[in-house]
Design a protein around this ligand. Structure first.
Ligand SMILES: [Zn+2]
Length: 412
């Protein structure tokens, strides 16, 4: 029976954390950046050294295969994976865990000499964190890339995807060729840190994900009248910023009061025009994000917040425009994969809880083309997307053991 090596898992996670490692801890390793490309080369070397097949597709996804070196509908693979890119000043486990644990599982199976009925593969999906386009690699693999947008895709600081990929030796226009043939993936399961505190607070060892939240983003633009900030009497002002601020506060209250209890909302981008201290703001733009595991809840909240924006605008003699930016539907995980994860926990004597993922993951794209699921391990203090992101080594090893058990069950 194959068994994961906790010491090898830890050694590889610590090694990977040195690519883009920051002096005070944490990692900055954006996709296509030099540290990311060094990490990619290292990972390919580790895959080969483990006795597995290694390859890279035109979207920059890295694969390791046991019993396969390609995706072919004649021999569907059981696939695992995650990502090796990080957010700026991120942690060493987000994404890295799923890739390194996947590699460890395949190596353990290879070394044990057992031959599962289906081939196994591990993926490191490119640009999961969305420096140039969120979940880029898994989108390409699942045929969900908006190909027409590739030439204009760019990071917040304006670097084009086309140029970033070229620097790393890839041709962005060819990324859609990464699409896997229909039926080539028999199942997908991704191990990830929870990035929240539910498991730790509940004293539960393993999370079995039922659904990944849907996310709606809308640009909300309030139009007022730019005026002299000294000479215009207060009662005559049509201040677009105050409309935006009023809306943000009231939309938050609405989502808390009328959402599902799991609904969350954020205003992470705010722009005021013309943006001078001596001019009453004539225009204010917000990016309004809402998340919930249920599509109907998101739909209802979108309707109510849109009505609220109109009400706020009317009350302040402003006008408002709502421009939908993106709407990702919640992605339910497959009952078959969830059952395999439950069985693995029972067999290993680990406590397990069903939960939803409040963050987006590559698994949501895979869920559109195959039976997909996710395994979570506790995050200390729920901390993630920060340099002090951490989990107990014992919890990480437990997650890898659940992953191995689940992969073998799905490959039977
Ligand atoms: Zn991640």
């Amino acid at each position: 029976m194959p068994a994961v090596s906790g010491s090898r898992l830890r050694a590889r996670l610590e090694r990977l954390a040195r690519f883009g490692g920051l002096p005070g801890g944490g990692v900055t390793r954006s996709c296509w950046s030099p540290p990311h490309e060094e990490a990619r080369a290292w990972l390919l070397g580790e895959i080969r050294a483990a006795g597995l097949q290694a390859w890279v597709d035109p979207a920059g996804n890295v694969f390791g295969g046991l019993g396969t070196a390609t995706f072919d509908q004649a021999r569907p693979v059981v696939l695992t994976g995650s990502h090796i890119d990080t957010v700026p000043e991120g942690g060493m486990l987000d994404g890295a865990l799923g890739v390194i644990a996947g590699l460890e599982c395949l190596q353990a199976v290879h070394e044990s000499g057992t031959a599962p009925a289906r081939p196994l593969a591990v993926a490191a999906w490119s640009d999961e964190e969305g420096r140039y386009g969120s979940l880029f690699g898994s989108r390409a693999f699942c045929g969900l890339l908006d190909t027409a947008r590739i030439p204009e895709m760019a990071s917040v600081d304006g670097e084009r995807l086309v140029d970033a990929m070229a620097r790393a030796g890839f041709e962005a226009a060819r990324a859609p060729e990464a699409r896997a043939p229909a039926g080539a993936v028999a199942a997908y399961v991704e191990l990830h840190i929870e990035q929240g505190a539910r498991l730790e607070e509940g004293g539960v060892q393993i999370g079995n994900v039922e659904v990944i939240v849907g996310v709606r983003r809308t640009r909300v633009v309030f139009h007022g009248q730019a005026d002299h900030a000294g000479t215009t009497p207060m009662e005559r002002r049509r201040d677009a910023f105050l409309g935006a601020a009023d809306f943000a506060l009231r939309a938050r209250e609405l989502v808390v009061a009328e959402g599902s209890g799991r609904s969350v909302t954020n205003f992470g981008v705010v722009q005021v025009h013309p943006g001078a201290s001596n001019i009453v703001p004539g225009r204010a733009e917000l990016v309004h994000e809402m998340r919930d595991p249920e599509a109907a809840v998101l739909e209802a909240l979108a309707r109510k917040t849109a009505a609220l924006a109109q009400e706020v605008a009317r009350g302040r003699a402003l006008s408002v425009e709502l421009r939908p930016m993106s709407a990702t539907l919640p992605a339910p995980c497959s009952p078959r994969v969830q059952a395999a994860v439950d069985d693995a926990c029972t067999a290993l004597g680990l406590s397990c809880r069903r939960l939803y993922s409040a963050a987006g993951h590559d698994a949501q794209n895979l869920a559109q083309v195959t039976d997909a699921g996710m395994v979570f391990v506790p995050s200390q203090g729920g901390r993630s997307h920060r340099v002090d992101e951490s989990s107990d080594w014992a919890d990480l090893e437990r997650g890898a053991r659940v992953l191995l058990h689940t992969l073998l069950a799905l490959a039977r």
